[in-house]
Design a binder for this molecule. Structure first.
Ligand code: 5GP
Ligand code: ZN
Length: 114
C-alpha cells in the first residue's frame, strides 16, 4: 500500500520502537503516547480498518488480542488493568488507515472516552 506509514514501519523502511515481531503481526510503541504504556499491535498485511476484515481474518484478529494480553503482562499492566482500542473511520478518530489495536495502560482511564 503506497504512502502507508504503518506499512513503512512493518517493512522497516521507517524507524519505530519495535517490541514484538511475529509472522503475521508486529507491535511497536506509539510515537505520541497517551498513557505510560501505549503500544500499537499492527498486522503486517495492509487492512484499512475493521470494515475491511472478513472471515479469513478471524484468526489474525484473535492473534492481535492474544499478543496484546502478552504485552500487557510484559509491561506489568495486566493486574491493574488496561484498555484495548480500535478506532475506525472519521467518527472513530482513526488517523492511520492501517488496522491497529491500541494497548493503553499505566494510568486510570476515564469513561466515556472523548
Ligand atoms: P489512530 O488515531 O489511527 O487510532 O492511531 C494512530 C496512532 O499512530 C496514533 O496514536 C499516533 O500517535 C500513532 N502514530 C502515527 N504515526 C506514527 C509513527 O510514525 N510511528 C509510531 N510509532 N506511531 C505513529
Ligand atoms: Zn499499510
Amino acid at each position: 500500500m503506497p504512502d502507508c506509514i504503518f506499512c513503512e514501519i512493518v517493512n522497516k523502511r521507517m524507524k519505530s520502537e519495535m517490541i514484538h515481531e511475529a509472522e503475521e503481526l508486529v507491535a511497536f510503541k506509539d510515537i505520541n503516547p497517551q498513557a505510560p504504556v501505549h503500544v500499537l499491535v499492527v498486522p503486517r498485511k495492509h487492512i484499512d480498518s475493521v470494515q475491511d476484515i472478513n472471515q479469513n481474518d478471524a484468526e489474525l484478529i484473535g492473534k492481535m488480542i492474544l499478543v496484546a494480553k502478552k504485552i500487557a503482562e510484559a509491561n506489568n499492566i495486566d493486574k491493574d488493568g488496561y484498555r484495548l482500542v480500535i478506532n475506525n473511520g472519521i467518527n472513530g478518530g482513526q488517523t492511520v488507515s492501517h488496522l491497529h489495536l491500541h494497548i493503553l495502560g499505566g494510568r486510570r482511564m476515564t469513561w466515556p472516552p472523548g
